[in-house]
Design a protein around this ligand. Structure first.
Ligand SMILES: Nc1ncnc2c1ncn2[C@@H]1O[C@H](COP(=O)(O)OP(=O)(O)OP(=O)(O)O)[C@@H](O)[C@H]1O
Ligand SMILES: [Mg+2]
Length: 298
């Protein structure tokens, strides 16, 4: 009998192999507009944006520019008033797609209290998989995997109220990871964390990205974006700038200031070290990467 690959058309084989290689989800906006019915004010004014499976996109912009609204289009919490939003090719407008879209795209909010639903750590993590109607064995497997991954396994029997703010944010992430979504949406998820917790949270996000998940990260801190592939700046409901994060962080200080940003000190240091031939241009403005490459070059 002929192998399966010989029986499939070429395009089908291609998309099949991509889906085996990557667990990431594609997110796409086509001329998306949005207005909240309460105010009637247009908040998103025609956004075209395609985020590839497995891509890490940093979404920046001033307060009130529409970043959170844009994220909510991707998990069908909001539906564009004009234009369309697709998740892995599925139109979010079609209610028949909502359940599968919510299992593919999960959001972590700024305040973990907004998404913690149970009083015991492991029960909270089990909530998402339970809602997916999975078997109790599968739920146990996922809870263990998510709590081990976020460093909370030892605390699985503890009351949620006994966790620190940083641990609660990791618990919120564990709840999302237990759903095994293809895309993680982070809405200022690190803004309430101290520097050490931010670093460990960012490490978790890096691991998820390395495993193939799509990440869209809203933040006001450029130093949190250095590991992302692409930066998109939104201003007044429109895309003001987009390109590689490396390119964004290498823009002239004056251009960054015009858009309301200050170049992070690590990006300035990296630029100087690259200019002086001490570091290769491929170095990311990330402290571990700079330290590692400096040790190699000295
Ligand atoms: N539920 C709502 N009802 C009416 N207007 C809203 C609602 N949520 C947000 N808005 C308005 O929509 C605009 C965009 O808000 P959004 O929260 O998307 O901005 P943002 O870029 O995430 O801002 P921030 O950086 O402060 O979080 C703002 O003018 C805001 O006041
Ligand atoms: Mg917001």
């Amino acid at each position: 009998m002929a192998p399966v690959s010989a029986m499939l058309p070429r395009w089908r084989l291609y998309s099949w192999s991509i889906s085996l290689m990557s667990s990431g989800t594609t997110l796409c906006l086509e001329g998306a507009e949005f207005q909240y019915p309460e105010t009637g004010k247009k908040v998103l004014k025609g956004i075209d944006l395609e985020i590839r499976a497995g891509e890490w996109v940093a979404l920046l912009g001033p307060n009130g520019s529409g970043k959170s609204t844009l994220l909510k289009l991707f998990n069908a919490l909001l539906i564009p008033s004009q234009g369309r939003c697709f998740v892995d090719g599925m139109d979010t407008k079609d209610q028949a797609n909502t359940e599968i879209i919510r299992s593919k795209v999960s959001m972590v909010f700024q305040n973990p209290e907004d998404q913690i639903v149970a009083s015991v750590v492991e029960e909270d993590t089990a909530f998402g998989p339970e809602n997916l109607g999975l078997s109790s064995e599968e739920i146990r497997t996922r809870v263990k995997e998510a709590l081990m991954g976020t460093g909370l396994w030892e605390k699985r029997k503890h009351a949620v109220s006994s966790l620190s703010g940083g641990q609660k944010q990791r618990l919120a992430l564990a709840g999302v990871l237990a759903i095994r979504p293809g895309a993680l949406l982070l809405d200022e998820a690190m803004s309430m964390l101290d520097p050490a917790s931010r670093r460990s949270f960012l490490d978790l996000v890096r691991k998820e990205h390395d495993s193939g998940r799509t990440v869209v990260q809203v933040t006001h801190r450029l130093d949190e974006t250095v590991l992302s592939d692409r930066t998109v700046v939104v201003a007044d409901g429109k895309i003001q700038w987009q390109g590689s994060t490396e390119g964004f962080l290498s823009l002239e200080e004056s251009r960054l200031r015009e858009m309301g940003f200050a170049k992070p000190p690590l990006a300035v240091l990296r630029e100087e070290l690259v200019k002086n031939g001490i570091l290769p241009p491929s170095t990311k403005p990330d402290i571990s990467e700079i330290r590692g490459k400096l040790c190699l070059s000295l």
